[in-house]
Design a protein around this ligand. Structure first.
Ligand code: KG4
Ligand code: ZN
Length: 341
């Protein structure tokens, strides 16, 4: 049998995206973002994002088919992110995908977006070793996952108990006057600052009632500590050393992510760590993970940036894996799940 052709559709947040993959070959990857429309509000406005998906859905899917030189009849299956994400946004993408699948009589897979972030690394690095750890970090998620079989068994090892790492960066960036999304601005300024200038707590080490959380994260305390420090400086009439604040924040967040990812690799005896999600564009994290990987003998797979951020290829690539594994398509009435674990 020739390699399956899968159309992947993504609409969990502010990107409307579609891609075509045949086997392990990316044929097209089209992304339309409503980010500019959210910038002045300092964060994604779900209502605006949902409307933008409704407007972009058909143009983006058509463009992906056109660039791949295919029509819908040549596609073997369609995959769409069914969660986690913003409910109104998911509803647009999933309804659109259901309509396409029904009209063209194609099998449809409602997939987990976070697992898509793992699957997409296959395009750059090839198939997964059997026992792999994944660190997925973005504005919406911060998770450590154990991948036994990308099509059948991915287990949660740890996740954030409150804010995602990207969310924490975006909130501090806002206090420093940077537009949304502020993560890349913090990254840029952090390169110029002293990471030891300000004491920033290192996220979670122990949970409530002394319970250990060796692989979970918490960034809300980090955010509050930095916000309070900035407020105190302002109240005292002192200038904010922006580069040093950014460097200290970036150092705290990237070290805790690196430390726990390495600990999880040791716990599961895995020699491969996959990294994904928009925050994996962060230079402090990329450097920290690469250095730790060399030191600890872990192969760190961080994909090129356009595969890290939300896109259709991640959905299509997971779809290809499901088709290859002979997994049954989703039922026609499958629900969206904005809090999908
Ligand atoms: O995966 P993504 O495109 O969207 C979702 O949140 O699902 O990730 C976007 C997040 C934002 O919080 C953004 O500020 C952060 O990733 N981000 C960065 C960098 N590039 C994007 N954070 C820190 N450093 C960066 N270079
Ligand atoms: Zn994402």
């Amino acid at each position: 049998m020739s390699e399956p052709v899968v159309l992947g559709i993504e609409s969990t947040c502010d990107e409307t995206a579609a891609a075509l993959i045949q086997g392990d070959n990316l044929l097209s990857n089209v992304v339309a973002s409503s980010m500019d429309q959210h910038a002045r509000y300092g964060g994604v406005i779900p209502e605006i994002a949902s409307r933008a998906h409704a407007e972009s859905f058909v143009p983006v899917v058509s463009r992906a088919l056109y660039e791949a030189d295919m029509d819908l009849a040549q596609v073997d299956a369609i995959a769409v992110s069914a969660g986690p994400g913003l409910a109104g946004c998911l509803a647009v993408g999933v309804s659109g995908a259901k309509a396409l699948a029904w009209a063209a009589k194609k099998p449809l897979y409602g997939i987990n977006h976070v697992i898509g972030h793992i699957a997409v690394t296959q395009l750059q690095f090839g198939p997964f070793p059997d026992n792999t750890l994944a660190l997925i970090v973005s504005g919406g998620h911060t998770s450590l996952l154990h991948v036994r079989d990308i099509a059948r068994q991915v287990d949660v090892v740890g996740s954030t108990l409150d804010d995602a790492a990207g969310e924490c960066f975006d909130k501090i960036a806002r206090l420093l006057g940077f537009p949304y999304p502020g993560g890349p601005h913090i990254d840029r300024h952090a390169r110029l600052g002293n990471p030891g200038a300000i004491r920033v707590p290192q996220g979670l080490t122990k949970g409530k009632a002394g319970a250990e959380h060796p692989y979970d994260f918490s960034f809300s305390g980090v955010k509050t500590a930095v916000a309070r420090w900035i407020e105190n400086q302002e109240a005292a009439g002192r200038e904010i050393p922006v580069d040093d604040v950014c460097a200290s924040l970036a150092d705290s967040v990237s070290s805790v992510l690196t430390r726990k990812a390495v600990a999880a690799c040791e716990r599961f005896d895995s020699d491969t760590l996959i990294v994904g999600g928009g925050f994996s564009a962060n230079s402090q994290l990329r450097t920290g993970l690469r250095e730790a990987g060399e030191r600890e003998g872990i192969k760190v797979r961080i994909p090129r940036i356009e595969l890290c951020t939300d896109n259709g290829a991640m959905v299509a690539m997971l779809g290809v894996n499901l088709v290859r594994a002979g997994i049954r398509p989703s039922a026609p009435d499958f629900p969206i799940d904005s809090a999908m674990p």
